[in-house]
Design a protein around this ligand. Sequence first.
Ligand code: GLN
Length: 193
Amino acid sequence: MKVGILSFQGSFLDHSKSILSIGATPVLIKNEADIYDLDALILPGGESTAMKKIDSYLKVFSVLDDFIKSGKPTLSTCAGTILLAKEVIGGDTTIPNIDIQVTRNAYGRQTESFEGSVSFYDNNDIYCFIRAPKITNILTDKVEVIAKHNEEIVGVKQDNIVALTFHPELNNDKYYLNWLDNFIKEGENVRTL
Ligand code: GLN
């Protein structure tokens, strides 16, 4: 299985370690030519404004948009989730594919980054929130809530896309890796049209 990871900047190397540890092959996406024959896609955390700027030169987002719409499993974390949101408060929409509104930097500045207890499907663990966005509105009933921190929504699924605001790739706990393995293997069946 080949999993493409957007690798302009941010936590792409951590995601590639997760992918290696489940026996799949990470492909670091820096150019359009890297988006070939992939089984799944990861959009990592980092800085969404920087990613957008880099893409104005490298121009891979429109090809990624086609890939996502083809129904292949797509995971986003943090800045990656901002890229996919249909509405962005405090920023721009980029490759809108998921019916959520996010508010950038909603917990405050970098010093307000924290570790918090998260329910992710039926598991609980402590995960990092690094100058994270908040999911401040769910725009359609196509969106399923899959992760919460206290009463706040921190992870959603819509068809073939799972979008999180925290960083499971920094834990690589067994539950997450097992979920990731199943998610990327579900292939096109993951989309319920
Ligand atoms: N604050 C970043 C942004 O707005 C997201 C932070 C992250 O990905 N950890 O893009």
